[in-house]
Design a protein around this ligand. Structure first.
Ligand code: DQA
Length: 148
Protein backbone atom coordinates (compact mmCIF):
# COMPACT_ATOMS: atom_id res chain seq x y z
CA UNK A 1 0.00 0.00 0.00
CA UNK A 2 1.22 3.53 -0.80
CA UNK A 3 2.42 5.76 2.02
CA UNK A 4 0.05 8.61 2.82
CA UNK A 5 1.26 12.10 3.65
CA UNK A 6 -0.45 15.35 4.45
CA UNK A 7 0.94 18.77 3.52
CA UNK A 8 -0.44 21.41 5.88
CA UNK A 9 -0.31 25.14 5.14
CA UNK A 10 -1.06 27.91 7.59
CA UNK A 11 -2.49 31.42 7.28
CA UNK A 12 -2.09 33.62 4.21
CA UNK A 13 -0.37 30.91 2.16
CA UNK A 14 -3.56 30.77 0.08
CA UNK A 15 -2.45 34.18 -1.23
CA UNK A 16 0.88 32.98 -2.60
CA UNK A 17 1.66 34.63 -5.91
CA UNK A 18 -0.02 37.80 -4.66
CA UNK A 19 1.63 38.44 -1.26
CA UNK A 20 5.20 39.79 -0.90
CA UNK A 21 6.67 38.28 -4.04
CA UNK A 22 10.14 39.37 -2.89
CA UNK A 23 9.86 36.84 -0.03
CA UNK A 24 7.66 34.16 -1.51
CA UNK A 25 8.11 34.33 -5.29
CA UNK A 26 5.42 34.39 -7.95
CA UNK A 27 4.13 30.80 -7.80
CA UNK A 28 0.46 30.77 -6.88
CA UNK A 29 -0.96 28.52 -4.18
CA UNK A 30 -2.85 26.47 -6.78
CA UNK A 31 0.34 26.00 -8.82
CA UNK A 32 2.27 24.98 -5.70
CA UNK A 33 -0.41 22.43 -4.89
CA UNK A 34 -0.25 21.10 -8.46
CA UNK A 35 3.56 20.79 -8.35
CA UNK A 36 3.49 19.00 -4.97
CA UNK A 37 0.81 16.53 -6.06
CA UNK A 38 2.71 15.85 -9.30
CA UNK A 39 5.80 14.98 -7.23
CA UNK A 40 3.89 12.78 -4.78
CA UNK A 41 2.26 10.98 -7.73
CA UNK A 42 5.67 10.36 -9.28
CA UNK A 43 6.89 8.90 -5.99
CA UNK A 44 3.72 6.83 -5.58
CA UNK A 45 2.68 8.56 -2.38
CA UNK A 46 -0.94 9.42 -1.63
CA UNK A 47 -1.11 13.04 -0.54
CA UNK A 48 -3.55 15.58 0.78
CA UNK A 49 -2.77 19.30 0.43
CA UNK A 50 -4.51 21.37 3.09
CA UNK A 51 -4.60 25.08 3.96
CA UNK A 52 -6.34 26.99 6.70
CA UNK A 53 -6.18 30.48 8.13
CA UNK A 54 -7.65 29.21 11.42
CA UNK A 55 -5.40 27.89 14.18
CA UNK A 56 -8.00 25.51 15.66
CA UNK A 57 -8.73 23.97 12.27
CA UNK A 58 -5.04 23.20 11.84
CA UNK A 59 -4.86 21.63 15.31
CA UNK A 60 -7.89 19.44 14.51
CA UNK A 61 -6.40 18.45 11.16
CA UNK A 62 -3.12 17.42 12.82
CA UNK A 63 -5.03 15.42 15.47
CA UNK A 64 -7.07 13.62 12.79
CA UNK A 65 -3.94 12.98 10.71
CA UNK A 66 -2.67 10.64 13.46
CA UNK A 67 -5.13 8.01 12.21
CA UNK A 68 -4.86 8.46 8.46
CA UNK A 69 -1.35 9.57 7.53
CA UNK A 70 2.19 8.17 7.75
CA UNK A 71 4.00 11.50 7.58
CA UNK A 72 3.51 15.24 7.41
CA UNK A 73 4.97 18.37 5.84
CA UNK A 74 3.96 21.60 7.53
CA UNK A 75 4.38 25.26 6.76
CA UNK A 76 2.59 26.69 9.77
CA UNK A 77 3.30 30.21 8.41
CA UNK A 78 2.81 32.90 11.08
CA UNK A 79 1.58 30.28 13.60
CA UNK A 80 5.13 28.86 13.55
CA UNK A 81 6.16 31.75 15.76
CA UNK A 82 3.12 31.90 18.05
CA UNK A 83 1.21 28.66 18.40
CA UNK A 84 1.84 26.41 21.38
CA UNK A 85 -1.38 24.59 20.40
CA UNK A 86 -0.03 23.61 16.97
CA UNK A 87 3.30 22.64 18.52
CA UNK A 88 1.55 20.39 21.07
CA UNK A 89 -0.56 18.69 18.39
CA UNK A 90 2.55 18.07 16.26
CA UNK A 91 4.24 16.53 19.29
CA UNK A 92 1.31 14.08 19.54
CA UNK A 93 1.60 13.02 15.88
CA UNK A 94 4.49 10.61 16.63
CA UNK A 95 5.34 10.10 12.95
CA UNK A 96 7.83 11.88 10.66
CA UNK A 97 7.26 15.62 10.18
CA UNK A 98 9.17 18.09 8.01
CA UNK A 99 8.86 21.84 8.59
CA UNK A 100 9.00 24.09 5.52
CA UNK A 101 9.35 27.84 5.11
CA UNK A 102 9.48 29.42 1.69
CA UNK A 103 11.48 32.40 2.91
CA UNK A 104 14.60 32.44 5.06
CA UNK A 105 12.96 33.24 8.40
CA UNK A 106 16.39 33.90 9.97
CA UNK A 107 17.12 36.72 7.51
CA UNK A 108 13.89 38.53 8.33
CA UNK A 109 12.37 40.33 11.35
CA UNK A 110 13.52 39.05 14.71
CA UNK A 111 10.05 37.76 15.66
CA UNK A 112 10.36 35.24 12.81
CA UNK A 113 13.66 33.82 14.08
CA UNK A 114 11.94 31.67 16.69
CA UNK A 115 10.05 28.58 15.55
CA UNK A 116 7.99 26.92 18.28
CA UNK A 117 7.81 23.72 16.22
CA UNK A 118 11.39 23.05 15.07
CA UNK A 119 12.25 20.88 18.06
CA UNK A 120 9.22 18.59 17.61
CA UNK A 121 9.84 17.85 13.90
CA UNK A 122 12.40 15.61 12.20
CA UNK A 123 13.93 18.41 10.16
CA UNK A 124 13.25 21.52 8.19
CA UNK A 125 13.84 23.46 5.00
CA UNK A 126 13.79 27.25 4.81
CA UNK A 127 14.74 29.95 2.34
CA UNK A 128 14.73 27.79 -0.78
CA UNK A 129 11.46 29.13 -2.17
CA UNK A 130 8.48 26.95 -3.13
CA UNK A 131 11.03 24.32 -4.23
CA UNK A 132 11.45 23.62 -0.52
CA UNK A 133 8.14 21.72 -0.59
CA UNK A 134 9.45 19.41 -3.32
CA UNK A 135 12.67 18.79 -1.38
CA UNK A 136 10.58 18.05 1.71
CA UNK A 137 8.47 15.52 -0.21
CA UNK A 138 11.64 13.77 -1.44
CA UNK A 139 13.10 13.68 2.10
CA UNK A 140 9.88 12.47 3.69
CA UNK A 141 9.57 9.69 1.09
CA UNK A 142 13.09 8.55 1.95
CA UNK A 143 12.40 8.62 5.69
CA UNK A 144 9.19 6.58 5.23
CA UNK A 145 10.89 4.10 2.88
CA UNK A 146 13.76 3.57 5.32
CA UNK A 147 11.20 2.91 8.08
CA UNK A 148 9.57 0.01 6.19
C1 DQA B 1 6.57 31.53 6.17
C2 DQA B 1 7.37 32.47 7.08
C3 DQA B 1 6.50 33.03 8.18
O1 DQA B 1 7.26 33.88 9.03
C4 DQA B 1 5.37 33.85 7.61
O2 DQA B 1 4.51 34.31 8.62
C5 DQA B 1 4.60 33.09 6.57
C6 DQA B 1 5.31 32.22 5.63
C7 DQA B 1 7.38 31.07 4.94
O3 DQA B 1 6.93 30.13 4.29
O4 DQA B 1 8.43 31.64 4.64
O5 DQA B 1 3.40 33.29 6.41
O6 DQA B 1 6.21 30.38 6.90
Amino acid sequence: MNNKIIIINGPNLNLLGEREQSQYGSVTFEKLKEKCLKKTNELKIDAEFFQSNIEGEIVTKIQEARKNFDGMIINAAAFTHTSVAIRDSLDLFKKPIIEVHISNIYKREEFRHKSLISDVVNGGIFGLGPEGYILAIISLEKILKDEN
